[in-house]
Design a protein around this ligand. Structure first.
Ligand code: ADP
Length: 314
């Protein structure tokens, strides 16, 4: 059955239930009223039926119909609301999953196609050293992209099943500097660093790398024109403050909560210019929360986004 037919059937059924309920309530009230009128007339001839008693019984039944009707009606409305909510959530999830599958297939295919092409070119004879160096460099960045994609999918799946964090005392200054270097070498970007020297936090090394990598790779990916990316690391009394800033396309205020959802990507397949899975920020936020930290998204000046992370220090 088509989706809209199912929707029409569902809402038709719900409307029928509500109408039937209202109808029964009206019918009961009418019966009660008729009963009352008849008994009242009867009380004028029968001595053992008192009019006040008849009035009392009528009022009691009326109250019962109103009271029970209200309880039943409210329960029915709450039930319908919950069904409606669950139904839309399911549809939303299906849409996200579909979106995810489409993106993943594309994301996996693109680097594989490029790698095949590069390999094929490299196997040809007489390729100048300079050219083969460039080709190897782009092969490296393609395979890195592939690696981070597969890594994100696996991490998200692990997080569903409960990811085990191995906390250790780590100098996050050193780790951040190392990750920046990796991105600079692989993607040919420059990352402005303002970091305090030696800042120790209790973190899971692998998870922390995933957090930083996801934020930096997003900063690069969503800055099509101006790849000015900066990372700041400072500290307050008992927390480390990490800021990853870019001058890219920015994230509208109303999307800032949603981008942390699994599979969520801004816009639609038709309007988006970048490819992705919608897992990066979900993973980043899960990692920050698992370390008792917080992550907020704010506008950068004049354009772009800043991701602010607070992590407890030792
Ligand atoms: P992906 O990048 O694979 O789509 P993410 O979970 O990393 O998934 O990001 C979710 C969405 O948030 C992205 O699709 C993008 O629309 C938006 N986004 C993330 N980082 C940035 C950024 N630095 N600048 C602008 N938009 C961003």
């Amino acid at each position: 059955m088509g989706f809209s037919k199912y929707k029409i059937l569902l809402y038709g059924l719900l409307a029928y239930m509500l109408a039937a309920f209202v109808w029964w309530a009206i019918l009961l009230s009418k019966n009660n009223r008729e009963n009352y009128t008849l008994k009242k007339q009867l009380s004028q001839y029968e001595k053992n039926i008192s009019e006040s008693e008849v009035q009392e019984v009528y009022q009691a039944k009326k109250n019962m119909i109103i009271g029970e009707g209200l309880v039943f009606g409210i329960s029915l409305l709450i039930g319908l609301y919950l069904i409606h909510k669950a139904y839309w959530k399911e549809i939303e999830n299906n849409k996200k999953q579909n979106n995810f599958l489409l993106s993943v297939t594309h994301e996996l295919k693109t680097p594989i196609t490029s790698l095949n092409l590069i390999n094929k070119t490299l196997t040809e004879k007489n390729i100048p050293t300079e050219k083969s160096k460039l080709l190897l460099q782009s092969a490296y960045s393609e395979s890195k992209r592939l690696e981070s994609l597969v890594d994100n999918i696996l991490t998200a799946a692990e997080m569903e099943q409960e990811y085990t964090y191995n906390l250790e005392r780590i100098d996050i200054t050193e780790l951040i500097t190392e990750r920046c270097k990796m991105f600079e070498n692989t993607f040919g970007v420059e990352i402005k660093k303002e970091v305090v020297s030696e800042l120790f936090c209790e973190v899971d090394r692998e998870a922390f790398i995933k957090l930083i990598d996801n934020l930096i790779s997003n900063a690069i990916k969503y800055s099509p024109h101006n790849k000015t990316i900066s990372i700041q690391l400072s500290h307050s009394a008992n927390s480390a403050i990490i800021k990853v800033a870019d001058n890219g396309i920015g994230i509208p205020a109303q999307e800032r909560k949603k981008v942390l959802d699994k599979f969520y990507r801004i816009g639609s397949e038709e309007t988006r210019e970048t490819k992705g899975t919608g897992l990066g920020l979900y993973i980043a936020n899960e990692i920050v929360m698992a370390h008792q930290g917080t992550m907020t998204i704010v506008d950068n000046n004049p354009v772009g986004t800043i991701f602010n992370i607070n992590l407890p220090t030792l």
